[in-house]
Design a protein around this ligand. Structure first.
Ligand SMILES: [Fe+2]
Ligand SMILES: [Fe+2]
Length: 170
């Protein structure tokens, strides 16, 4: 079975999303290693519960970001999340009865699903969020207010300035 490793080909260039993806990929890897060990049952349930919780939190986080930014493809993206959660739930039900082949099937399913989903649906979302945030910066600059998460105002030459102080010569 191929293993899931996060690489820059999975990057969506939104740090908080990329960090959560890395954690999820890592947990899938841990589950895969546990399954190929001497005692596959030990720790499998715990790791599966951890993995499912991470995935649920992550999907909810992405959906919050989509709602806040009024993302047009929210329904399409959420349907993908819901479909994956349903499938994962079925594997988890079998794992809880001690079926280790279901844990193996879960790893295989998530390896393929996460690889595809991050490189298409999440990449599209990342690109939308970056443009959306750039738009917010521009709007607040034009309105003369400082964006909440801005550390400093920087002009085109990279020099810090205070937008509250009017400069002559502009
Ligand atoms: Fe997603
Ligand atoms: Fe994601």
């Amino acid at each position: 079975m191929r293993s899931l490793k996060w690489s820059t080909s999975h990057a969506v260039f939104v740090t908080e999303i990329d960090d959560e993806h890395k954690e999820i990929f890592q947990t899938v890897g841990e589950l895969q290693r546990a399954l190929s060990g001497e005692n596959p049952l030990a720790g499998t349930r715990e790791l599966t519960a951890q993995l499912v919780a991470r995935i649920q939190d992550h999907f909810a986080h992405e959906e919050r970001l989509m709602r806040a930014a009024r993302y047009g493809s929210l329904r399409w993206h959420k349907q993908k999340h819901d479909g994956a959660l349903k499938q994962v739930g079925q594997y988890v039900g079998r794992i809880e009865t001690g079926d280790t082949s279901a844990a193996l099937a879960l790893v295989e399913y998530l390896t393929a699903w996460l690889h595809e989903h991050t490189r298409l649906a999440d990449l599209m979302l990342g690109s939308f969020l970056r443009n959306h945030n750039r738009g917010l910066y521009k709007m607040s600059f034009q309105a003369g207010t400082k964006p909440l998460n801005a550390c400093a105002w920087v002009d085109a030459s990279g020099t810090k300035f205070n937008p509250a102080v009017r400069h002559s010569g502009y």
